[in-house]
Write a protein that binds this ligand. Structure first.
Ligand SMILES: [Zn+2]
Length: 335
């Protein structure tokens, strides 16, 4: 059990969230409210029936429901409301900075225009006291041509997002499938991240690094299967955005006491804690920290290190990063 002091520290410490899919923050209540507002018919009779369907066995079983939930998003105000709800929740968890993933193809394929998506999400970020930037993700189960067309369609709004990422069904869709669109994004000066080594093998982490030239690995927990890769991640101080509750819900680990977060930290990896798809996986930032610290022998020094890692791995100007890290250290000096 967690002692009260550690629980309070985990709740109150300043945090950065670097792995959050905004569509995965849609709570069933908001899905139903938006469905009603937009006249969209859902396959579930009630909020409870929808929530009961969140018993996933793997990544694909989750993605099927995730895409169904996103079908209620049609207008700019819908994207605004979804993002504002997440940012309010993040603020309550003392998240000071967040880099939000969004999946334009989930919406453009349903006929929702790019400007509606980006402007709605961006406007909510502007209105929030939480520092928030956007990362456009390509759906890896679709073709690279589709990703390239998506990037081109988003370029008129280039000032509203800071990077690109790669998400959706990992196995069978290796990073190298997207070599050209990442090269183009790199030319445009965008930051680069990719999901790799969640369900996919360490080989996917290598190609994310070497072919896509990513600056952070999303998940990456399977890196420990490869000693040379682990050493390289440490040497290059390549951050992993680890999502503990997601890993349990999607059966990457059977139980939280088997999660490898402590081993990652002990190996010297810049691991961070994040919520991934909080509405679907049973918790936001503080829930993730508390569940992990309850199950693993982690203490105050790990909490401070994880909080620092979140800001040091963020895509922020050096002074701003240092300001946040100083805030973390000032917080822990008073604990
Ligand atoms: Zn993710």
């Amino acid at each position: 059990m967690l002692n009260d002091q550690l629980r309070r520290v985990l709740q109150q410490m300043p945090k950065a969230e670097l792995h959050i899919h905004i569509e995965g923050s849609l709570e069933p209540e908001l899905i139903f409210a938006l469905a009603e507002r937009n006249g969209v018919k859902l396959a579930y009779a009630s909020v409870e029936a929808l929530r009961a369907a969140y018993a996933f066995t793997d990544l694909q079983s989750f993605l099927d429901i995730y895409y169904a939930g996103a079908s209620v998003l049609l207008k700019e105000q819908d994207f605004y409301d979804m993002t504002a709800a997440y940012l309010k929740r993040a603020e309550e968890d003392n998240v000071r900075h967040t880099e939000i993933f969004f999946d334009p193809q989930t919406h453009t394929h349903r006929g929702v225009p790019m400007d509606v998506i980006i402007n709605g999400i961006y406007r909510a970020c502007q209105d929030s006291p939480v520092s928030a930037t956007l990362i456009l993700c390509f759906l890896r189960h679709l073709s690279e041509e589709d990703a390239i067309a998506t990037l081109e369609a988003a370029l008129p709004y280039r000032d509203k997002f800071i990077g690109v990422g790669l998400d959706s069904s990992e196995v069978g869709n290796p990073p190298e499938k997207f070599a050209r669109v990442f090269a183009r994004s790199r030319e445009l000066g965008l930051h680069l991240v990719a999901h790799a080594g969640e369900e996919g093998p360490p080989a996917y982490i290598y190609t994310a690094l070497d072919t896509l030239k990513v600056e952070r690995i999303d998940h990456g927990v399977r890196c420990l299967e490869d000693q040379a890769l682990t050493e390289r991640l440490v040497r290059e101080q390549m951050a992993l955005t680890v999502c503990p509750l997601s890993n349990i819900k999607l059966c990457v680990f059977d139980k939280m006491d088997q999660h490898n977060l402590l081993e990652l930290l002990d190996a010297g990896i810049v691991a961070t804690v994040n919520s991934d798809d909080p509405a679907y996986f049973g918790g936001y930032m503080n829930d993730n920290f508390i569940a992990t610290f309850e199950a693993l022998p982690l203490g105050l020094s790990h909490a401070q290190r994880l909080a620092r890692n979140g800001f040091s791995a963020a895509f922020l100007p050096a002074e701003q990063k240092q300001k946040f890290i100083d805030e973390v250290d000032a917080f822990f000096a008073k604990v």
